[in-house]
Design a binder for this molecule. Structure first.
Ligand code: NIG
Ligand code: FE
Length: 398
């Protein structure tokens, strides 16, 4: 199939570029008035309209001047959850902090109780509604975490549901074992850390990554190191770090070869230094800053230091009840002062990298999966972030 009359083809990146760092984060390949050929679900070729080889036998799609870009890659979500936490919304409005809500038995433990009472079948059906909502909004690849099970049976139930979602939808799904999200009910802290460690070999049959909520009041750097040590060779780390406090999570993540360290609402220059020269993608989640009223991550400083930055939604019932990656991109610009192209790279190539998928997704590159967004006529990357609530999608191609 050929897409013709593309107003702007955006996100063209040479083969082999797996992430954009430093000044390169502010650059992307653009081609005006273009065509793009899809063969066997992959990008086969593209070029300016003046070079379109004519073929009567090939199916064509008229883009009508719309922009074509790689679909959003959402490298950090918790979309598999049961029920809702809208009951805590009022507490939050009335001024309770995330930590205070959690300390009252709300928060993650509330979701874990709900999940325990929800059948696997029901959990799948509740979750896939959110996954489809994300796909309608242009997300073509997503990472989904466990972490509301908090005991072996329920954690494995979540991981099975995540796998089933990946087998059901055309979007690419990566799976993360986040047993260490909070201490499960009925365990002491130490018993629970040991339970997570013991579960790793089984979790590794279902998941790609291991995550730890390394933050004040949750898991320490020492807990994190023990868990990552046990996961060595089985699961690649992706760490929740520095959301509630400067936690040391970035440094321990880098030390264990984490593919990403995520949140980073609270970081000092030491975290930026620790990330230099590493394989780890600093990933920020502006949706949680927005919802919880936390500081926004220092994305611009990371880029100035020569690093790349990814942005993801963190879609979850407690700190970011939205999987809208276009809104994430807009907040990257409005609140974190990224340029539209920096934010665009953060929600496409760099977030694909943070899931180990940037060889397959995240840019317009011959050979990559043709998982694309076709916009309505007249859109460009700046407008997508600037006019952030006007419907812009004509079609999501998966
Ligand atoms: O990324 N911070 C830890 N975990 C999630 C929130 C989970 C929840 O509150 O349900 C996050 O923000
Ligand atoms: Fe999270």
């Amino acid at each position: 199939m050929v897409i013709e009359n593309i107003g702007i083809l955006a996100g063209i990146v040479p083969e082999g570029v797996l992430r954009k760092e430093g000044a390169a984060q502010g650059e992307t390949g653009l081609l005006e008035n273009a065509w793009l050929r899809i063969k066997d679900g992959r990008i086969a070729a593209f070029g300016p309209m003046s070079t379109l080889p004519c073929s009567d036998s090939e199916e064509s799609l008229d883009a009508d001047g719309g922009l074509v870009m790689p679909g959003f890659c959402d490298s950090h979500t918790h979309v598999v959850y049961a029920g809702s936490r809208d009951g805590e919304f009022l507490d939050k409005i009335n001024g309770l902090s995330y930590e205070e809500i959690a300390a009252r038995g709300g928060g993650i433990l509330n979701s874990s109780d709900l999940l325990h009472r929800t059948s696997e079948e029901d959990l799948f059906h509740q979750s896939i509604v959110r996954v489809k909502e994300m796909m309608d909004k242009g997300t073509v690849a997503m990472e989904i975490k466990s972490g509301y099970g908090l005991n072996p049976a329920d954690e494995l139930k979540m991981l099975r549901v995540i796998r089933r979602i990946g087998q059901t939808v055309p979007a690419t799904v990566r799976s993360t074992f986040l047993g260490a999200h909070a201490v499960g009910r009925g365990y002491t802290h130490e018993q629970y850390v040991q339970t997570v460690i013991n579960l790793i070999p089984q979790a590794a049959e279902w998941a790609d990554f291991v995550d730890v909520f390394c933050d004040e009041g949750f898991f320490t750097v020492e807990d994190t190191a023990r868990i990552l040590e046990a996961a060595r060779g089985l699961l690649v780390p992706k760490i929740h770090a520095n959301e509630l406090a400067v936690s040391g999570g970035v440094q321990v993540g880098v030390q264990y070869g984490a593919l990403s360290v995520d949140h980073l609402e609270r970081t000092t220059d030491a975290e930026i230094e620790a990330l230099k020269g590493s394989i780890t993608m600093p990933t920020m989640l502006p949706g949680s800053s927005f919802f919880l009223g936390l500081p926004y991550g220092r994305a611009k400083d990371y880029i100035k230091a020569g690093l790349g930055v990814a942005l993801a939604s963190d879609y979850n019932p407690g700190s970011s009840p939205s999987g809208d990656m276009r809104f994430v991109m807009a907040q990257g610009c409005i609140k974190m002062r990224l340029t539209p192209v920096e934010a665009f790279n953060a929600v496409t190539l760099n977030s694909a990298y943070a899931m180990g998928l940037s060889g397959e997704l995240g840019s317009v590159t011959v050979g990559k999966k043709a998982s694309l967004i076709l916009t309505r006529p007249g859109w460009d990357l700046t407008k997508i972030a600037y006019q952030y609530q006007t419907p812009f999608i004509q079609q999501v191609i998966l």
